[in-house]
Design a protein around this ligand. Structure first.
Ligand code: YIT
Length: 320
């Protein structure tokens, strides 16, 4: 406890480690004033730097997290740092990492996988509409809100994420193309599809949830994992996939397409027949937008009873 920032120690009591990552660990903590449970992600800067993100640092990640607002994206509550570490206070996701849920259950029931997948799609669609590519979607970065199968999921770890800025290339493509070399266009097609990398990762995530094992792995066949990925070679082992519906398999097959221009987009995945399941959608929306919170919000907005209702106008002066 001694090496922790004083402010952090005063506000939170850190206890046992609940998760580990490449760049640090996650501790269970209690907010002293309320005894509420939170998670504290500790990222040591030196490992962080060695993650090859020379320029990037956790503050960029924090900036992204503070900028985004979606029920399936982790929310940060507090942020502290010392010379060698970042301390990020987050809402506690009691269900832990999807990775451990799939591992302990072998494979998820199809309707549970569908509920989780729909929430992941919604979160990634939101990121993309805000010009953010996650780039590191994997079961360790999907957190579950409870031990129940039917629960809210949240995407986390934006360390690899990138904000799609207006690039020189985009401006170049606005000018007259007559004098541009061919590779400028083909290079454009690759950067143009950078959003599609998240679609591929969601395909891998769905494969793991439904099949209980990864589509690409060094223990499969004689090819390296990289070659298996580049060739898009994966096997749906009958004993594991026999009970999985053709529609679910179709979603996986359309996402694990090597050519990004032919890969199903996030939007198209949300329209896929497998996800047009009213029961699942109602459950997902109930989890993502619980009625209680909205009602509270509305009651807060109503003008205080009896008092003059103050309204600001453009020119700033109040009117009764
Ligand atoms: C803003 C920090 C985002 C982040 N990682 N970022 C990064 N690695 N650069 C990150 C990475 C992991 C987590 N993990 C958790 O919050 C977490 C909660 C939890 C609960 C568990 O059992 C109850 C078990 C594992 C858990 N991990 C939270 C955030």
């Amino acid at each position: 406890q001694s090496s922790l920032p004083r402010e952090l120690r005063e506000k939170y009591l850190l206890t046992r480690r609940i998760g580990t990552g490449v760049c640090g660990e996650v501790r269970l903590a209690f907010q002293r004033s309320t005894c509420r449970k939170v998670a504290v992600k500790i990222i040591n800067k030196k490992n962080f730097q060695s993650e090859g993100m020379a320029t990037r640092n956790a503050t960029t990640e924090i900036e992204i997290l503070q900028r985004v607002d979606h029920p399936c994206l982790i929310k940060t509550e507090d942020f502290y740092q010392t010379d060698d570490s970042y301390y990020i206070v987050l809402e506690l996701m009691e269900g832990g990492e999807l990775f451990h849920r799939v591992k302990s259950q072998q494979q998820l029931q199809e309707n549970v996988a569908k509920l989780y997948f729909y929430q992941m799609l919604s979160a990634v669609q939101y990121l993309h509409s805000n010009g953010i590519i996650h780039r590191d979607l994997k079961p360790e970065n999907i957190l579950l809100s409870s031990q129940e199968d039917v629960c809210l999921i949240k995407v986390t770890d934006f360390n690899q994420s990138r904000i799609l800025e207006e690039s020189v290339l985009m401006r170049t493509l606005c000018g007259t193309p007559s004098y541009l070399a061919p590779e400028v266009f083909t290079q454009a097609s690759t950067t143009g599809y950078s959003l599609a990398v998240d679609a591929w990762s969601l395909g891998v995530l769905l494969f793991v949830c439904l099949g209980g094992y990864p589509p690409f792995h060094e223990s499969f066949g004689d090819k390296s994992v990289t070659d298996q990925i580049i060739l898009g070679e994966f096997t749906m082992v009958p004993s594991k996939w026999r009970h999985v519906s053709d529609q679910a398999k179709d979603v996986v097959r359309r996402l694990l397409v090597v050519d990004p221009s032919k890969r199903m987009s996030i939007e198209a995945a949300l329209q896929h027949a497998w996800l047009q399941d009213q029961g699942m959608l109602e459950t997902a929306h109930r989890l993502m937008y619980p009625p209680g919170e909205d009602a509270a919000a509305v009651s807060m907005q109503e003008a205080p009873s009896g008092g003059p209702s103050k309204r600001k106008r453009g020119d700033g002066d109040e009117e009764d």
